[in-house]
Structure formats: structure tokens, C-alpha cells
Design a protein around this ligand. Structure first.
Ligand code: SF4
Length: 507
């Protein structure tokens, strides 16, 4: 069952029919904060009819022929597979150039296309680059008010909106950046959501730590915080509907009033022991007794800590400047204040990584386990994927063969230690790297990948038949002076000069 925390206008006139598509099943759509927020914003418009469409939507209220506008939330590189499948399912030509005036305009927004829309440029009429909250509404209103114009003319108007990129009209595109005066939160609660009945609250956007591989940081600079009074208001709103709340943000502990926020929730949980709260991953320096007590009081037994690399040398290279002492101190505080365990996130394959760095990850895990007997230590490990707009965008990734050797070693060593470690697939991460640094030559390659079933073998075969040099996209180091496919996107900060100087610090 879905409960809307808002009341849309009744008896709307449908001057524009909008399909808001989520390229995964409905339970994921119901847990996607940005998606739910925009859905609510559009539903509140007086004369726009919006329908939520997920991959498992069996029957839609509107026929595809009645739809004027179709949008996709694009958060993960591999989402393109489900996006193409959904276009196919509803009889929409995959290439924008093959759509007629009778087809809906199709657009996408989200971190993947805000960073680098070029691999997908031929599938969409336009993109939203950056924070979508207000620019999406501006684009929807503009399309509604000019619905009778030919689509080419509508696109010309859209191209003038800040944060909109129309691939057929080349331009420099300035990313849209929103102030966070108003808090974004779950607008629908559902027992079918992946995070069942959980009220998610965005506490801040961006991160000031600038780890050199991190898209979440560089895409969302400058870091912005929701005012504490607004957060308290929204927490109260959430708790009037459910006992489960989650605080979201790349670095929530950097909020200047983070401890006041924890105290506010802690006091609420003392009044109502049924309240459960979760944080997204914490930095080690955010682990204080108060924070852990809040987690424990609100039903958490575990938390996650991102250490990113096993050796201090490599953490310096990636700009994750935390020491081993800080890691041990964080675990001690967590254990002493009632937490049962911590899952550590790490990444392998960082630029300059050696076998010694990998061994140091194992020895760190070993010492954590022996120092904190009875405390549940586990690891989640992924492999480095270079991302556009980060200082590591010029760095090729390690080969699949080398990464598989490292992951096999880690699996064996962690198994010996009795530590649970989930390690991502080097093969899948390779194709993500190809996509993340891809360019406008990818269209047929991606269509063929989708038609061949979308597994790693399909990527390989489709790349071969379309003469795509996948190793070049995933593994080559790029020259600092060679233009990059996504250079036309101007982020709010920082300039490319800063990325270059950060890159040079790797050495
Ligand atoms: S990895 Fe975490 S701490 Fe580092 S920049 Fe990204 S969000 Fe911030």
C-alpha cells in the first residue's frame, strides 16, 4: 500500500500527460528520494497529469500515444539497459532522431547523465544537468505552454533554460545548482518500498572532502546544508506518519548542527522507543559517543564506515586523509557505546596501488578483528571506476585480469580470517568504466548490447561488432590536454584547473 504525504489537486485538466519512468522495479522507485520528490512536485501542478511507470508496471492509465513527455531517472550506468527496454515496451523508437511529432519528448536527469550524457545522447531529446528540482518543473511548464509547436522549436526553447542540454543543439551547458533551504524527503510511504515504510530525509548535498575518485563530491559542489529548523520540522512530519526515518547525504556528519540533530532524534527516541533511525555511511571522524548512542537508541546495531583503501599511503593518494589511529578509535567508540558491528567500505585498483597496499588492507582487517573480539567486522569492496569531472577522470583503471587476481587474493585472505567480504565484479565494473568515460560514438554499441541481453558477454560482442575499443575507454590514461567528451558541461565548482592540480598530486 502507498500513502501519499500530500494531496494533489482534484479534477485536474490534463494539458500535458507526463510519464515519469523509473528504470527498475516499483519497490526501488518508492525508495528513490529524488524521484519521489519530483513526482510530488509534478503531481501538485494544476494541469499536468503524471503517471509513475516502473519496469514492472503491468498496466498504465494513459496509452503511450496519449503521452506528451516521458522522463527517466538515470542514477546508475547500467540503467540504460532498462531505459531502452522501457522505450521498446511502449513502442517508442530508441533513437530520438527516429521519433515523429506524434511521439513524446523523452528526457533524462540524474547523476549519470549530469556527469557525462554523451554515450546516451542519441536516445534522449534533452537532458537535465545537475539538481533537477526546479529546472525539471521549468522544462515541463515550458513544454506544456508550447505543446503545439514542432518538437524542434520546443527543443530550441528548452536549450535556453539553465541546466538543460539538448544534444542536437551543441552548447556550453551550465549545471543547475539548487540552494537547500527546503528539505527533500520521501513523499510516499509504502510497505512495498525497498526501504519499507521509511521516511528518508536529505540532510545535505555534496561533500567537502573531495576524495579524488568521488563523483558524489565533485558533481555536487559546493556542499550545501539544510537549515536545522527545517530538518526538525521535516523529522516531525515524518514521525507523524512512521517510526522509521533515515538521514541521507554524502557527508551528513559535516552538517554544522549534526550533533544538535542527533540530540533531537535521540530525545524523540527516548519518548518513543519504537523509533528507528539510519544514517548513510559515516566518516570515521564523525564517530562520537553521542552519535553512536543515538544510533543504538534508535534501533541500529551496525553502521558503515568508508575507509576506501587499506594503507595510509594510498589513502593520501586518493585524498581520504584518515589515519589508522582514527579508524581504531572509531571502532572502539562504536563498540563501547553499544554497536554490534561495522561494515567497512573499501575500493581496490586506485591509481598507484601496489600489492603491498592490498596486503595492508588484509592486515588492517586482521588487526581490527583481533583487537575487537566479538565485534562484527565485515567489508564491502568495489573496484575503482574513473568518473567524469573528478581528478581521477584521466586515470585508466587496472586490467580485469589484475583486479581479478587481487579480488581472488582478498577473498582467500578474508575467508581465512573469518571476515565476511562482499567484493564487486571486476568484469561488471570494467563495463561501467567504459560507460562512464564513453562518448557519442556509443549509440549502436549500446543498442546492440541491450538487444544481445545486456550481460558482460553482450557488451563484449556489441563492442566488437561496432569497433568500440573498450580498453581505451576503461583502461587508458588520458592526456591532460586532450579534450574530454564532457568538457562542455560547466559544473558550479571546481574548474578543470583545480581537477588538474589535484590529479598532479597523485604523484
Ligand atoms: S568518498 Fe565520501 S568522504 Fe570522500 S568525497 Fe566522496 S562522499 Fe566525501
Amino acid at each position: 500500500m502507498e500513502t501519499k504525504l500530500y494531496t494533489p489537486p482534484q479534477n485536474k485538466s490534463c494539458n500535458l500527460v507526463f510519464w515519469f519512468c523509473y528504470p527498475a522495479i516499483n519497490s526501488f522507485a518508492l525508495s528513490s528520494l529524488g524521484y519521489l520528490w519530483l513526482l510530488k512536485e509534478v503531481e501538485m501542478l494544476e494541469d499536468v497529469c503524471v503517471e509513475k511507470v516502473a519496469t514492472d508496471t503491468a498496466k498504465t492509465k494513459f496509452m503511450p500515444s496519449e503521452v506528451d513527455l516521458m522522463a527517466f531517472s538515470f542514477s546508475f550506468d547500467l540503467d540504460f539497459l532498462n531505459i531502452l527496454a522501457m522505450l521498446d515496451k511502449y513502442g517508442i523508437p530508441l533513437r530520438a532522431s527516429e521519433r515523429s511529432e506524434n511521439h513524446p519528448l523523452v528526457f533524462a536527469g540524474g547523476p549519470v547523465v549530469s556527469a557525462n550524457p554523451e554515450p546516451y545522447r542519441d536516445f534522449f531529446d534533452f537532458f537535465i544537468i545537475g539538481d533537477g528540482e526546479s529546472v525539471n518543473i521549468e522544462a515541463i511548464e515550458l513544454i506544456k505552454n508550447n505543446k503545439n509547436l514542432p518538437r524542434r522549436e520546443i527543443l530550441k526553447l528548452l536549450a535556453q533554460v539553465e541546466g538543460v542540454y539538448v544534444p542536437t543543439l551543441p552548447a556550453v551547458v551550465k549545471k543547475s545548482t539548487k540552494k537547500l533551504e527546503q528539505c527533500i524527503y520521501s513523499t510516499i510511504l509504502s510497505d512495498e518500498a525497498f526501504f519499507k515504510d521509511t521516511f528518508v530525509i536529505e540532510v545535505e548535498r555534496g561533500c567537502a572532502n573531495c576524495c579524488r575518485f568521488c563523483l558524489a563530491c565533485f558533481l555536487n559542489l559546493p556542499i550545501r546544508f539544510v537549515p536545522i529548523e527545517e530538518l526538525k520540522r521535516v523529522i516531525d512530519l515524518g514521525l507523524s506518519h512512521t517510526n522509521k526515518i533515515a538521514l541521507l547525504g554524502a557527508q551528513i556528519s559535516a552538517h554544522p548542527k549534526f550533533h544538535e540533530l542527533c540530540k533531537y532524534i535521540y530525545d524523540k527516541a527516548l519518548e518513543n522507543p519504537e523509533i528507528e533511525m539510519n544514517f548513510s555511511s559515516l566518516r570515521v571522524d564523525a564517530i562520537t559517543p553521542d552519535v553512536i548512542k543515538t544510533l543504538v537508541q534508535t534501533g541500529s546495531h551496525h553502521t558503515t564506515l568508508a575507509i576506501e583503501a587499506g594503507s595510509e599511503r594510498l589513502r593520501k593518494v586518493i585524498n581520504k586523509n584518515i589515519t589508522e589511529d582514527q579508524i581504531f578509535s572509531a571502532v572502539r567508540i562504536a563498540k563501547e557505546n553499544g554497536l554490534k558491528g561495522i561494515k567497512f567500505y573499501a575500493m581496490i585498483g586506485h591509481p598507484t596501488e601496489t600489492q603491498e597496499d592490498i596486503e595492508k588492507l588484509v592486515s588492517l582487517a586482521k588487526r581490527l578483528k583481533s583487537n575487537f573480539g566479538g565485534f562484527d567486522i565485515s567489508f564491502g569492496i568495489s573496484t575503482f571506476v574513473p568518473k567524469a569531472h573528478t581528478p581521477f577522470q584521466w586515470c585508466g583503471r587496472d586490467s580485469v585480469k589484475s583486479l581479478e587476481k587481487k579480488t581472488n587474493y582478498l577473498k582467500k585472505e578474508f575467508h581465512k580470517l573469518g571476515i565476511n567480504a562482499g567484493i564487486s565484479s571486476a568484469k561488471w565494473d570494467y563495463w561501467q568504466a567504459v560507460l562512464s568515460r564513453g562518448d557519442g560514438s556509443f549509440t549502436q554499441f549500446l543498442i546492440d548490447t541491450y538487444k544481445l541481453g545486456g550481460k558482460t558477454g553482450a557488451f563484449k560482442q556489441a563492442a566488437k561488432q561496432n569497433h568500440i575499443d573498450a580498453d581505451y575507454f576503461a583502461e587508458s590514461n588520458r592526456d591532460l590536454e586532450t579534450p574530454l567528451p564532457w568538457d562542455f558541461i560547466e559544473l558550479t565548482a571546481p574548474p578543470k584547473k583545480f581537477l588538474k592540480s589535484e590529479y598532479s598530486k597523485i604523484l
